[in-house]
Design a protein around this ligand. Sequence first.
Ligand code: BTN
Length: 331
Amino acid sequence: MDNLDGSILRAFLDAEGGAVSGDDLAGQLGVSRVAIWARLARLRREGLTLEAAPRKGYRLVATPPRAHPALLEAHLRRLGCRLPCEVLGEVDSTNSEAERRLAKGAEAPFAVLARRQTAGRGRLGRAWQSDRDGNLYLSLAFRPFLPLERLGPFTVWMGLAVCEHLAEAHGASLGLKWPNDLLDADGRKVAGMLTEARVDADAVRDLVFGLGLNLEGPGADWPAELRRKAGGLRPVARGPVDPSAAAAGVIAALERAWERFEEGRFSADFRKQASRWDCLRGKPVRVTLRGKPLSGVAEGIEDDGALRLRLAGGKVMRVASGEVTLREPAT
Ligand code: BTN
C-alpha cells in the first residue's frame, strides 16, 4: 500500500457517504485521472464497493469484512494518529513480529496488525485462538527507556483506554477484569491483552502491547469451553463494526494512552477510569498467587496497577500479579 490509496480513501471518508469526483481527486492528489481510475479499480478488487454516482463521481458504499491496509491508514490519519501500522495477512504472533522488528532496529512506536495468527499467545503460556479471519490481532511497539518500576500500571491503563474508547465509539460497555481481560456484561471475554518487555539494567528498552479483540462471538468450530466463555464486540455494539475503522479507533486510543503514560500524565484519570471500568470491584474472587489459592473480595486497582484484595479475615493485601476467578458469593 502506498499513500495514494490511503489519500483516495481519506477523501471518501471525509465525504461521509457523499460523492467524490475522480477529476477532483486527480487534481488534489497531483496524479492523472487514469491513475485514479486504476486505483479505484484495484480497491474494488480488494473488496471496497465504490458505486458510480452519475456526473458526480463515486461513493464508498461498503467496506471489506476484514481490516484493509489503505482504509485503516485513511481512518488513522482522519483520527490524527501518526502511528505507522502494517497490516499482515498471516503471522505467527503480532507480538513476536513486533519484537523482531524492534530487535532489528525499526523506528518505534509502530503497530502491527494481522488478519490471522498461527501461534497467537496469551498470558501464562496459553494459546490465543486466532486462526479465523475477521477479529483484530494487533500489537503496538515502543522503545521507552522507562524505569522498570513504572511499568506496573501499564497493561491496566491501556485496557482502561480500550474500555473507554469502545464505550464512546461503539456504545459497548465492557469491564476490565484485572489484570488483562475485557469482559462483556455477561462475563464473556471480548478481548485479552499481553504486555511483553525487554529489560536491561532495570530500564524497559523494548515494550510490546498486544491486544486480541474478538469482533464476532466464538465460531461454531471453536472448542466448547471457549464457546461458553468468549464474547465479541459486535454482539454488544450499538451499530455495525467495520474492522478497519474499529482497528484504527483502538490504535489511536492506545497511542494517546501511551503518550500520557510515557509522560507520566495519567494518574488522576487512571483512578477515575479504574473506578468506572473495573468489573471485579466489590466481587468475591479467588486469586492464584504463585500456585497458591487465596479468597477474598476485590477492592479496586491501586495506582501502581496492583489488585487490592480483602481477605476473609479482614486483612488487605496488594496482588501485583496473579490469576483471578470470580467466586460465587457465599449464601
Ligand atoms: C490473554 O488473554 O491471555 C492475552 C491474549 C493476547 C492476544 C493478543 S492477539 C495480538 C497479540 N499477539 C499475540 O500473540 N498475543 C496478543
